[in-house]
Write a protein that binds this ligand. Structure first.
Ligand code: ASP
Length: 339
């Protein structure tokens, strides 16, 4: 096998070591990985490992890190046949979504993985996740950003971390898996995105430009007003109930949202339910959002909606063009018509 894969280690549990009683990211991951892989190296594609200067627990990630990671991938794009990004699991779905938008027209696989148990701990899931990811990163049929975890191959912008303590932490609630690693590696060729023409866009993200607000029983207009009053805010991901419903009986709350939208803040509606889609026409409580100009996020995940809003704002969209682009499928992130 003569394909070449670049592994970029960014931090996360996979490479963590114990320090003062808690886990922190540990360096020199390449040597540690080779010592622990177990699989004969001839069975794997040739791989080089590089790591970020500052390794992070992905809970500390901000959109600036998307830029840093994408920059490394783009700089090395022509030199390798595929990429594996080792990342903390906490915000992996956000990074996978952001990279899918940045690397538009990808013609090679970019596989994000990590682990729930560190590499050097008993019963680690790191070896299996990395081995499978390396093999997938050598497959020329894959031309997109994916998450590979516990044998599941998931489109990056459809991935979600749904379990905190199971090894099977990730899933693809609103889209079928792109592949499975069982005895054989099985790919859903009918679902994989075709190889594109690289049309990468690497913008500078404004880290305070987008916020996320989860509705809860009793939420007040004051909470909505205060988030919409953040001076840098340009976009808000509203995580509503069920099929896209908000407390429309609270006229002050709806008015606070409307005033924010009228001041130019774009609000996109996604569901707190992991499965299913937004329908702002199903209930009066959803129709109130449609009436004031909230954009339906259809079956976008909250992570993809957040990354998409950031990406579109950072690449210059605003107003009506931003609302239109949010609802247009990109890299397979949506499968239903938003309404
Ligand atoms: N806190 C860790 C991180 O996201 C968790 C993990 O990697 O599983 O970096």
């Amino acid at each position: 096998m003569n394909r070449r894969v670049l592994v970029l280690y960014t931090g996360g549990t996979i490479g963590m070591v114990s320090s003062g009683g808690s886990y922190v990211p540990g360096a020199a991951f390449g040597d540690r990985l080779t010592r622990h892989l177990g699989t004969p190296l001839e069975a794997l594609p040739h791989f080089d490992v590089i790591e970020l200067d500052q390794l992070i627990d992905s809970a500390n990630l901000s959109p600036t890190h998307w830029h840093t990671m994408a920059e490394v991938l783009i700089r090395n794009w022509e030199r390798y046949d595929g990429f594996v990004l080792l990342h903390g699991t906490d915000t992996m779905a956000y990074t996978a979504s952001a990279l899918s938008y940045i690397l538009k027209g990808a013609n090679k696989p970019v596989i994000l993985t990590g682990s729930q148990i560190p590499l050097e701990q008993p019963r680690t899931d790191a070896v299996d996740n990395v081995t499978t990811s390396l093999m997938l990163a050598a497959r020329p049929e894959i031309s997109e950003v994916c998450v590979c975890f516990r044998g599941k191959l998931i489109r990056g912008n459809r991935s979600r971390k749904l379990k905190t303590s199971e090894l099977d932490a990730f899933d693809s609630p609103n889209a079928p898996l792109l592949g499975r690693a069982a005895i054989h590696l099985e790919l859903r060729h009918d679902l994989l995105l075709p190889a594109g023409q690289p049309d990468f866009q690497l913008p500078d993200f404004e880290h305070a430009g987008v916020a996320s607000l989860v509705l809860y029983p009793g939420i007040s207009a004051a909470v909505v007003e205060s988030i919409l009053a953040i001076p840098e805010l340009k976009g808000l991901v509203l995580q509503s109930y069920g099929a896209g419903n908000a407390p429309d009986a609270d006229a002050d709350l709806i008015k606070a949202l409307e005033q924010g939208i009228n001041r130019g803040i774009t609000v996109i509606n996604v569901s707190q339910c992991p499965f299913g889609q937004i329908s702002q026409t199903a209930y009066a409580s959803g129709a109130a959002l449609a009436r004031i100009g909230v954009v339906s996020g259809a079956d976008l995940t909250p992570e993809a909606a957040f990354a998409k809003l950031h990406f579109l704002l950072a690449t210059g969209y605003s107003g009506a063009s931003l609302r239109r682009e949010l609802q247009r499928p990109r890299q397979g992130d949506l499968s239903v018509q938003p309404h």
